[in-house]
Design a protein around this ligand. Sequence first.
Ligand code: FE
Ligand code: FE
Ligand code: MG
Length: 167
Amino acid sequence: MGTRGREIVGMDVSELLTLLNKAFASEWLAYYQYWLGAKLVKGPMKDAVAAELTLHATEELAHANLLAGRILQLGGTPVLEPRDWYELSPCAYDAPADPFVGTLLDQNIAGEQCAISAYKNLMDITKDKDMVTYNLALTILTQEVEHEEDLQSLKEDLDLLVNHPRG
Ligand code: FE
Ligand code: FE
Ligand code: MG
């Protein structure tokens, strides 16, 4: 823990740690949802979609890594028990039970939209109070916005392929 770094936080640090751990739990669930979805995906464009889902999985894991670093800097402990991820996460884990490419894309688009709202909320709460966490949330938010657009663009191509199979 960095003592001066913690002192300059202009808000309740334990409240901030709770928010960071909620985001941390979400990132692990997002990682697993993408990682497993990439293995199971079936249907048109599955190779392109699997590649994107696999890349997003690694990026969600990198977000978990950034959040763990900030939690430790503030003297907190990243969630110790995976069983707590479900309850803590503001965004639901959506099991890839239906492997159809369109269904997986829709599930992950919903997940990204939830993540975008959660990081926007974290930015609103830390604005002018904790610049380091604010900046971290902005870094992650920027990538979640990119994720949403990547998936919506794949979904658009899939819909074109299905609705206009002869181009
Ligand atoms: Fe993420
Ligand atoms: Fe994401
Ligand atoms: Mg991407």
